[in-house]
Design a protein around this ligand. Sequence first.
Ligand SMILES: *[C@@H]1O[C@H](CO)[C@@H](O)[C@H](O)[C@H]1NC(C)=O
Ligand SMILES: [Cu+2]
Length: 128
Amino acid sequence: MSSQGRCSARKALLIAITLLVSLALHFEAIQAADYIVGESSGWTFDVENWSKGKKFKSGDNLIFNYDTSLHNVVVVDAKGYGSCTASSTAKTYSSGSDKVKLSKGMNYFICSLPGHCDMGVKVAVKAS
Ligand SMILES: *[C@@H]1O[C@H](CO)[C@@H](O)[C@H](O)[C@H]1NC(C)=O
Ligand SMILES: [Cu+2]
């Protein structure tokens, strides 16, 4: 094979790899599912058991629909979930229609308005 031939063979390989990678990324994107937390009731009181029996994957999205005068969505850890407390630096969503991507493992969310998490405005989701 001439040196020019080798070079274009390498180029073709590079193009093939690029195509495969973009195909794989695209596949991942269409595989990801969106879940509306609490279905039609949305992110509200007693939503805490909504996630039971559902299978989630990392990259799936949770959609939190709620009245912004009633709730917010705060990302917490297991301890914060159990005790219904959020650190002041915790990531907080407050648009009323928030889309949050799940990461692998446990994902915990609560409403940080006083007493709301204790009244079941909380959800724990395990993503595989
Ligand atoms: C959620 O499930 C737990 C455990 O079964 C139960 O104690 C709790 O009352 C349930 N919450 C609601 C709002 O149904
Ligand atoms: Cu709330």
